[in-house]
Design a protein around this ligand. Structure first.
Ligand code: ADP
Length: 629
């Protein structure tokens, strides 16, 4: 019989996969068992929706047999089976997922049920076997077919005998080499261990003929007990999904390894939430907060959502409605008996029960995160460093719908200890006379620390929150206040601080009206005003802004690829106690041309301090040179 070639780049892929995708050879068993369990799911689904089919619980199982002489492992399932065509399409093309086709044919939503994520699992068999035979008989077919392949050189498909519906996979183990001993996979204890480790919660029994021992019957009571061995079928997996077990039965290790396998992470989660509810809507949920953002988290490709099971049967792989965007990083699953089975995604969206569950979970995630903050600060900070952005965007989104949910979870680096503080901690240690929560925006903590605008606030001994992310100030503007204290930028035109010095400055300003007016005119529309500063102590000048739009926000908005550029209302503040001020007043009398240049240079300097660029760098530089002269 002519050998068929694997499709597309399959050959190279096959080779690559066998040799490098999986680090542990033992996972071939997990992959095959998962496929078999999926195949049984499909049959189960059919039986539920087709009245002509009757199956009993006992009819669904997976079997493993070994033959030490022939060096084969045989894995059999009572699933839906594959026709010759399906053997061809599913196993002849790597990375083509038959599960996906099944869903399309049955108009099940893309997310729903039985997802073979990558469509390569089956080929992991070639890591340990040099020949793989798949005998399969599809539900409704009278005949069966055999697919056989010895790896990259192709495969054959021909009719064969098979009494019952389902699939049987025969693996002929590779020859042992100096480095690899494949015979270990014929050992009962080894197979038992692998199944326990990876496939314990497969919902169908995984049976194997195992060796047991029992006392031999005694002829006489006083005889010494002797033991004999015998073979008996045993179900190796506990079948109870981990989330259905009691918390007390589960170790942290078990929770963590379940997470890592199911959600493809190499690191333990930072937080595990195992919760359940009984009542009008009953459900069990197992949620995890990852220790780091998934590699695609900040891309459009990332899909949030929890796996949804209806009574142990997976309905949807990523049910987005169960998680608000701000907690989109949470992984996990929900199992509820109160959802109907063959619901499509549209119906689910309007499912009232689903909303109730989502609401509960949202509160639960928040309270568990707050617990973490209270009990394990280091871990919380690790979490926060990874996921501050979605929380802040969560506050900003939809006009602050979720702001109350999220505000207690926020943290910012602050001027006091240069460490992260929560808003509650900030407010708690505010001096009595401090009315506002002060913040300063900038590129980095280092740069913010040097801002002249901060002088008065720091002088007063007030703490400043450092906003280094573009979203920070936008989020805080939506939040407006925390525990009755409003937020205020250190660059706001009015800092809300009663300072004794203020009177002097006000006096100097009114005495020098002409000067300020001249400078404002010299800057011709670039600033809204030039004022005597009440906040500068040692620095000569700074920029502040009036109105809702700050200079930091202007920067963020203008960095976006749109034509709508915005402009904050800038105020140039001059330190009237700085020597430069005397020069300016002097200049007003003596040399107005020079004063104009001074003004432009001071304004340019203030722009640079705030990380903005000067409008005309050449003119700026020429002005400096002229003045040095
Ligand atoms: P995946 O399971 O990720 O889709 P695989 O390469 O493991 O990819 O399998 C390819 C396809 O072959 C599966 O999607 C499924 O349709 C089919 N298949 C594999 N094993 C079985 C089985 N035991 N019974 C029925 N179909 C199977």
């Amino acid at each position: 019989m002519a050998k068929k070639q694997f499709k597309s780049e399959s050959k190279r892929l096959l080779d690559l996969m066998i040799n490098s995708i999986y680090t542990h050879k033992e996972i071939f068993l997990r992959e095959l068992i998962s496929n078999e369990s999926d195949a049984i799911d499909k049959l189960y689904y059919r039986a539920l929706t087709d009245d002509n089919l009757t199956f009993n619980r006992e009819d669904y199982y997976i079997r493993i047999d070994t033959d030490k002489e022939a060096r084969t492992i045989t894995i059999t399932d009572t699933g839906i089976g594959m026709s010759a065509d399906e053997l061809e399409t599913n196993l002849g093309t790597i990375a083509k997922s038959g599960s996906l086709d099944f869903k399309k044919q049955h108009e099940i939503s893309e997310d729903a049920d039985i997802i073979g994520q990558f469509g390569v699992g089956f080929y992991s068999a070639f890591m340990i076997a040099d020949t793989v035979i798949v005998k399969s008989r599809k539900l409704g077919d009278d005949s069966a077919n055999k697919w056989e392949s010895s790896g990259a050189d192709g495969y054959t498909i021909e009719p064969c005998e098979k009494d019952s519906v389902g699939t049987q996979i025969i693996l002929k183990l590779k020859d042992n080499t100096e480095d690899e001993n494949y015979d270990e996979f014929l050992e009962e204890f080894r197979l038992r261990g692998i199944i326990k480790k990876y496939s314990d919660y497969i919902r169908y029994p995984i049976k194997m003929l195992v060796t047991k021992s029992r006392p031999k019957p005694k002829a006489d009571e006083n005889e010494q007990t002797e033991y004999e061995t015998y073979k008996e079928d045993e179900t190796l997996n506990s079948m109870i999904p981990i989330w259905r077990k009691n918390k007390s039965e589960l170790s942290e290790d078990e929770y963590n390894s379940f997470y890592k396998e199911k959600f493809y992470d190499f690191e333990d989660p930072i937080l595990t939430i195992h919760t359940s509810a009984d009542g009008v809507t009953s459900y069990k949920a197992l949620l995890y907060v990852p220790a780091h953002a998934p590699f695609d988290y900040y891309t459009k490709e990332y899909e949030k959502g929890l796996q949804l099971y209806a009574n142990g049967v997976m309905i949807m792989d990523k049910c987005a409605d169960l998680l608000p965007d701000c907690f989109g990083f949470v992984k996990g699953l929900v199992d509820s008996a109160d959802l109907s089975l063959n619901i499509s995604r549209e119906i689910l969206q309007h499912d009232r029960q689903l909303k109730v569950i989502a609401n509960h979970l949202q509160k639960k995630i928040k309270s568990e995160l707050l617990n973490l903050l209270k009990n394990d600060r280091e871990k919380y900070e690790k979490f926060y460093t990874a996921f501050a952005r979605p929380l802040k965007f969560g506050i900003y989104n939809e006009f602050g719908k979720d702001k109350d949910l999220l505000k207690d979870l926020l943290m910012f680096c602050s001027s006091k200890e240069k460490k992260l503080v929560t808003l509650a901690e900030y407010v708690e240690r505010m001096p009595e006379d401090q009315k506002f929560i002060y913040y300063a925006g900038g590129e980095s903590v280092d740069k913010i620390e040097k801002l002249p605008q901060a002088e008065l606030v720091t002088d007063k001994g007030y703490e400043i929150l450092y906003f280094t992310e573009d979203v920070d100030e936008f989020a805080i503007q939506i939040l407006r206040e925390f525990e009755g204290k409003e937020f205020k930028s250190i660059s706001a035109s009015d800092l809300g601080i009663d300072d004794e010095g203020k009177k002097d400055e006000e006096q100097k300003e009114s005495e020098n009206k002409d000067l300020f007016m001249f400078m404002k005119d010299a800057l011709s529309g670039k600033v809204k005003d030039v004022k005597a500063s009440t906040r500068l102590k040692t620095h000569p000048v700074c920029l502040t802004s009036e109105g809702a739009l700050s200079i930091e926000m202007e920067k963020v908005l203008n960095a976006m690829p749109t034509d709508n550029k915005v402009r904050a209302e800038r105020i140039l503040e001059i330190n009237v106690n700085h020597p430069i001020f005397n020069k300016l007043t002097d200049m007003l009398k003596k040399d107005k041309d020079k004063l104009k240049k001074y003004t432009e240079v001071l304004y340019g300097g203030a722009l640079l301090i705030d990380g903005l660029s000067v409008d005309d760098p050449v003119e700026f530089s020429n002005n400096i040179c002229d003045l040095i002269d």
